[in-house]
Design a protein around this ligand. Sequence first.
Ligand SMILES: Cc1cc2nc3c(=O)[nH]c(=O)nc-3n(C[C@H](O)[C@H](O)[C@H](O)COP(=O)(O)OP(=O)(O)OC[C@H]3O[C@@H](n4cnc5c(N)ncnc54)[C@H](O)[C@@H]3O)c2cc1C
Ligand SMILES: NC(=O)c1ccc[n+]([C@@H]2O[C@H](COP(=O)([O-])OP(=O)(O)OC[C@H]3O[C@@H](n4cnc5c(N)ncnc54)[C@H](O)[C@@H]3O)[C@@H](O)[C@H]2O)c1
Length: 503
Amino acid sequence: MLLDFLKSDNLATRWKRPRKFDRNLIVIGGGSAGLVSAYIAAATKAKVTLVEANRMGGDCLNYGCVPSKALIRSAKLAHQMRKADRYGLAAHLPQVPFAEVIERVHRVIAEIEPHDSIERYTSLGVEVLEGYARLVDPWTVEIALNSGETRRLTTRAVIIATGAGPFVPPLPGIVEVGYLTSDTLWEQLRGRMDAPRRLVVLGGGPVGCELAQSFARLGSEVTQLEMAPRLMMREDEDAAEHVLASLEADGVRVLTQHKARACGLTDGRKWIEVEHGGEVQRVEFDELIVALGRAARLKGFGLEELGIEVDRVVETNAYLQTGYPHILAAGDVAGPYQFTHVAAHQAWFATVNALFGDFKRFKADYRVIPWATFTDPEVARVGLSEAEAKEKNIAYEVTRYGLDDLDRAIADSAARGFVKILTVPGKDTILGATIVGEHAGDLLAEFVLAMKHGLGLNKILGTIHIYPTLAEANKMAAGLWRRNHISPRLVALLGWFHRWRRG
Ligand SMILES: Cc1cc2nc3c(=O)[nH]c(=O)nc-3n(C[C@H](O)[C@H](O)[C@H](O)COP(=O)(O)OP(=O)(O)OC[C@H]3O[C@@H](n4cnc5c(N)ncnc54)[C@H](O)[C@@H]3O)c2cc1C
Ligand SMILES: NC(=O)c1ccc[n+]([C@@H]2O[C@H](COP(=O)([O-])OP(=O)(O)OC[C@H]3O[C@@H](n4cnc5c(N)ncnc54)[C@H](O)[C@@H]3O)[C@@H](O)[C@H]2O)c1
């Protein structure tokens, strides 16, 4: 415990707190959390230094959200060409010059890069240092600059925004056989003329599902291995079923309840050994993508030496403070979520608490956190899922509107998926919403706004939605809820009223 540590080894005697500071804030890590923290600090006229060891923009821009979404778009178009007959056009086997697809991914990164660039942040008033930061005492950060020099800066406050990296299990043989992760695949597959012929995707979470589908659509024979009973364990079963059906329709061989045990190379052929119901089998592959979760970056920059508590993430209180109130954490390194928009959300709380916390502190607010997985169909959620409501013993009602009924979805030949809303029994208060379908991530925004501002389904029903749009699905779902909640006494009364009016 940090408290015991501090008691036994008094903070003030072990480290001397500077009387003056070089900076108000040093932010370690230039990903989503770090960038937003530095931006807010500079906007409030704080003297702030942002230190990034690798690439500005962090994982989201360089290895995560941006490249994956660019790949998904190319893969979707290839899929649509194959399925063009759904739209009355001749179906077409797409030519996939894979090298060009990956070049486009890099072009997209390059086009977005200026948003996160050193130039932009410098112009906003942030000092950006390229190098590796390490806390040498609670108020001093040493930066091993990429230029080879070292700088030491004292600071009133620090935000740790070092993110997370792909978790690679110590499977026997995995290093020898070689593997890709989201960190390496964009560079390693660059220049390849074709997509990997036989690809194994290890993991059935969002990274695994998005990549498995994309590579299958771009021509790989994909086997996806997941040890849990189904894909996308965080989502409700009905949502995951849609994704499974879609992946299988794209040719992905999905093996659930298959746990990876070892990898190897026999006669020049790579394999992975998986265990299923006590039986062991080998799956051969040309490339292996490991997508088994992301581990927070916690080591090598002074946390242990300062006695800052870490478990799977940096331990923080509700204000995102570590045991040292002026050292805070935000983003993947702080958890509990691993999304760019949550990192940015936390950054606000961390920065305001770091700079002004001595006067007023704000608890990080996790009440309404949305996210989406960008498979086709997309799966988007805010608030409770049914499984969570059951697990937490929260009473709820479900309203489910199928997109096969929606005019625009039918016109688009995209009539699959649903809008599912959980409400407080007898009330229109939204507890959670899951949308499965085209553009689910965009459609969810209405429920996010409603939940954030306490608007119920009656308000959504009373709002005009443009015809014919996919967004109408939200209103349709609200309408369904309304119909199910009309009072039988009122209906009886209306029947009586109209009979009386007819005379
Ligand atoms: C394939 C993939 C797809 C994803 N898709 C989505 C999506 O669609 N939507 C979504 O919301 N999220 C998505 N994510 C998750 C998202 O990328 C992360 O949640 C987000 O990047 C977290 O931001 P962060 O600032 O906490 O960390 P990071 O982006 O990891 O940034 C941390 C930075 O700190 C730097 N650093 C670490 N230690 C030091 C040090 N000691 N000194 C200096 N610098 C240091 C690192 O180099 C890194 O650049 C995806 C992730 C992956 C892998
Ligand atoms: N669209 C998005 O917002 C998006 C996209 C990608 C990633 N992300 C973020 O990145 C995080 C990490 O995603 P992820 O998919 O890498 O991790 P994950 O933890 O969500 O999924 C990993 C899966 O691998 C399985 N697994 C673990 N060990 C295994 C083994 N030995 N054999 C077979 N299966 C095994 C687990 O059961 C789990 O289902 C997500 O939690 C999410 O927050 C977000």
